[in-house]
Write a protein that binds this ligand. Structure first.
Ligand code: SF4
Length: 391
């Protein structure tokens, strides 16, 4: 369908608000986990001070003046791999350039075993009000398969440090590790629930190309779980977490009402965002760009006054609207409200994707109440298929 046939708003009707969300990347890790496809580096801690100087320069060169934002997310890598002194330096840089609105959300990712009281104090005093803890599993055998460098007990110890200092925290878990069973996953969910989280992210393991785990798969050293078992794990997650008061609000994310990640909700609304640091992406005025993932290139480009971004991508209005719809549909509770979609994307939802929506409503994978479209309970399990068709 052409943009004209899809009924876009006049170009003047679409505005490009300044980003209200900012992502800052810290790439250092103790060890590269076998499944990890992020811009993360082990054995490069000696570059941390140089990296922080480059990060500040990148932020200053890009923003030119301090910007007000509603959410900040410092992710990695492992931000808490930095020393307390380095974390303090990072917090000063972030606060200097990104002014968090009153009531804003400032999240920092942490890994068990890397967050002590001294570092947590630095974060809390700077204004960080949410910690996202990468637990992944509580079971030694699964942590070994994932090549995680901590034990289940380290999660509990990290929370002893987090709870008294931060009003909100979240935990990441991974299901579907090779060799794991449904009982293993139930056990991980129960261990997590025993800690009374208000937000959990539960991701199915992905064998990303270029990772050690993907090599093991190719060489036949690990066998992926069969699809039925993975589906049973996902079903168990949704049911058990709902019983515990954690509602699914995105395909992989569960929260008590009011504890959803505001930063991630901005991504799923296809809102603009700033991005700084190694491999970081940004989306401003309809243009997306991603920084290099090579540390040496990142440092030298920034230090010589050049941009660290690779090629930029500007989607045609029609493609951008489809991407917005795809992202909005990831939000299992909100889905895509027709009026909101038109305001954000500049297209009428039915003219843009009415045929595909009707087809998936007929096959029971989407629900449509006339006002909003969203994934059905069955559609959640086949979200990849539905979202691919939308795009
Ligand atoms: S700790 Fe996280 S970012 Fe670092 S290597 Fe492991 S999965 Fe990747």
């Amino acid at each position: 369908m052409t943009a004209a046939a899809a009924g876009p708003l006049a170009p003047s009707a679409l505005t490009w608000p300044a980003p209200r969300a900012a992502y800052v990347h810290v790439p250092f890790c103790k060890h590269k986990c076998g499944y990890c496809d992020f811009a993360s580096l082990a054995g490069e801690d000696h570059q941390a001070d140089r990296y922080l100087a480059a990060l500040e320069r990148e932020i200053a060169d890009h923003l030119l003046s301090p910007q007000e934002v509603d959410t900040i997310f410092v992710g990695g890598g492992t931000p808490t791999r930095l020393s307390a002194r380095q974390l303090e330096r990072l917090m000063i840089v972030v606060k200097r350039w990104l002014i968090l609105e009153p009531g804003g959300e400032w999240t920092v990712e942490a890994n068990p075993g890397t967050l002590d009281a001294e570092k947590a104090d630095v974060l809390a005093q700077a204004g960080v009000n949410r910690v996202s803890l990468g637990a992944q599993s509580f079971q030694p055998a699964i942590l070994r398969v994932l090549e995680r460098e901590h034990g289940g007990q380290d999660v509990t110890s990290a929370l002893d440090v987090v709870r008294p200092r931060f009003p909100r925290w979240s935990m990441d878990l991974i299901f579907g590790a090779p060799g794991s069973t449904l009982d293993d996953w139930r056990c991980d969910l129960e261990n997590a629930l025993a800690l009374d989280p208000a937000h959990l992210s539960c991701y199915g393991l992905v064998y990303e190309k270029g990772t050690a785990l993907h090599r093991s798969l190719r060489e036949g050293r690990v066998v992926p779980l069969d699809e039925d078992l993975e589906r049973a794990m996902q079903e168990t997650t949704i049911e058990r977490l709902a019983q515990a008061g954690l509602e699914m609000y995105e395909i992989s994310n569960f929260a008590r009402p009011g504890h959803e990640s505001r930063h991630n909700l901005a991504y799923w609304a296809n809102d603009a965002y700033f991005g700084f640091g190694l491999g970081a992406a940004r989306y401003q005025e309809g243009v997306r760009s991603v920084n290099t993932r090579e540390l040496a290139a990142y440092l030298s480009r920034i230090e010589t006054g050049r941009s660290a971004a690779g090629a930029t991508e500007t989607l045609e209005p029609d493609a951008r609207a489809r991407e917005t719809l795809m992202l909005m549909l990831r939000r299992t509770k909100l889905g895509a409200d027709r009026a909101d979609f038109r305001r954000r994307a500049g297209f009428d939802l039915d003219q843009l994707a009415g045929d595909v929506v009707k087809r998936f409503v007929a096959s029971g994978l989407l629900e449509d109440d006339g006002r909003r479209v969203r994934l059905s309970p069955e559609g959640v399990f086949l979200a990849d298929l539905v979202l691919r068709e939308i795009v």
